[in-house]
Design a protein around this ligand. Structure first.
Ligand SMILES: Cc1ncc(COP(=O)(O)O)c(C=O)c1O
Length: 375
């Protein structure tokens, strides 16, 4: 089927674009011997895990469910980090993960009796207290009062018994330059631990597949860590894997007027692209321009009852009409993993656009998906 023949709303993941990203990541693995892991929190479309697994080393999880998904559907290196694990989760994780990172010394000691009976490699997440981003405190693990990672003042002089790795995640949609600065700070403040460790995980937030990203600098940083500290280096990007590799196709159901034309779509910011409201950001729209740049400026909104369920104002060369299809871009990441059925909104189907342009609906959702999450 062609993309415009699919029932809307539908997320369509573009296999060619995904492969293009994966080729970039694979080359970094080949150039440096670093291990790149898919951060599933950004993109958990498991039907393409076998494809992703052909290019990169494995996946990382934010907890048991994602770890199980990668174990079942990718079957490669399996890492996990969560601010806290329950006792039963730890038993399960030790059976399916290669690396488990802890967020505190108390969690480390609490679960020691379980992980010591396994072959899992154990890491601790540090908080470098070195912020390189402005404006998005919600996405800054180094923001004041952060619960994420152990601060230098709380660490013992040497790595605790059994800990072989250091994990830090501080970036969000950033280049290699802030990573360079962060690594420099980590070396200054946590150098002893880097010398004692066998591996380091540089977290996610690396916008590696974005045009203009300084891959050469990233490779330099990786090689420096390998050479200076004899470390195995891991990176766990989420966004970079499927950046610009997906669309959300939506239909105009109605047009009302209140100071400007307001398009009512069958897609919702609150339900289908919550980052638009949370981050907040303005998703790219095919053939859509900044307000007033073109002749017709419209507000794009949803059919939920939430007054603020507005995607943004866009201008068009031609006035959109009822039944038109609009295509939001960069909708593979942090979209389907975050969606919900608030207001009883249907979940968009999930489709894959194969390399030859043919679209396959991988998963269709209906009323039962709404009902089964309630009681
Ligand atoms: C610990 C950790 N690793 C990896 C990631 C993936 O980040 P991104 O999708 O920005 O690359 C995140 C994102 O929040 C994270 O918290």
């Amino acid at each position: 089927m062609k993309a415009n023949e699919l029932q809307t709303p539908v997320y369509i993941v573009d296999e060619s674009k995904l492969i293009k990203n994966l080729e970039i990541l694979q080359k970094i693995e080949k150039d440096t011997n670093a291990h790149i892991l898919l951060a599933q929190k950004a993109f958990s479309m498991f039907s393409v895990y076998p494809l992703i697994g052909k290019y990169i080393s494995g996946a990382t999880a934010s907890g048991l469910y994602e770890a199980k998904l990668a174990y079942e559907e990718m079957g490669k290196e399996n890492h996990v980090f969560s601010p806290a694990y329950t006792d039963s989760e730890m038993v399960n994780l030790c059976q399916i993960c290669d690396h488990i990172s802890f967020n505190s010394l108390s969690q480390l000691e609490h679960h020691r009796i379980v992980f010591e009976k396994s072959n899992v490699k154990i890491g601790i997440r540090i908080n470098p207290e070195f912020s390189t981003q402005e404006g998005h405190e919600i996405y800054d693990p180094c923001a004041k009062g952060s619960r994420l990672g152990i601060c230098k003042k709380d660490l013992p002089p040497h790595l605790p018994k059994g800990v072989t790795g250091i994990h830090f995640h501080t970036l969000c949609e950033q280049g290699a330059e802030p990573l360079y600065e962060t690594v420099k700070s980590v070396e200054e403040n946590f150098g002893t631990y880097l010398h004692e460790a066998e591996w380091v995980n540089l977290g996610g937030g690396h916008h590696i597949t974005k045009e203009g990203y300084n891959i050469e600098l990233l490779e330099k940083i990786i090689k420096h860590l390998q050479k200076t500290y004899d470390l195995e280096v891991y990176l766990e990007p989420g966004e970079a894997i499927a950046l610009d590799a997906g669309y959300l196709y939506t239909k105009v159901l109605d047009i009302v007027d209140n100071t400007m034309p307001i398009l009512i779509l069958d897609a919702s910011a609150a339900c289908h692209m919550p980052d638009v409201l949370e981050m907040p950001y303005r998703p790219p729209l095919k053939d859509g321009f900044m307000p007033n740049e073109k002749k017709y400026t419209c507000r794009l909104s949803s059919r939920t009852c939430l007054a603020g369920d507005v995607i943004g104002d866009y201008s068009f060369e031609e006035m959109p009409r009822i039944d038109d299809t609009l295509i939001f871009e960069d909708m593979a990441i942090y979209s389907m993993v975050k969606n919900n059925t608030f207001n009883g909104m249907p979940l968009p189907d999930i489709a894959l656009m194969h390399v030859d342009g043919d679209c396959e609906v991988i998963r269709h959702f209906d009323y039962s998906d709404f009902k089964n999450r309630l009681s």
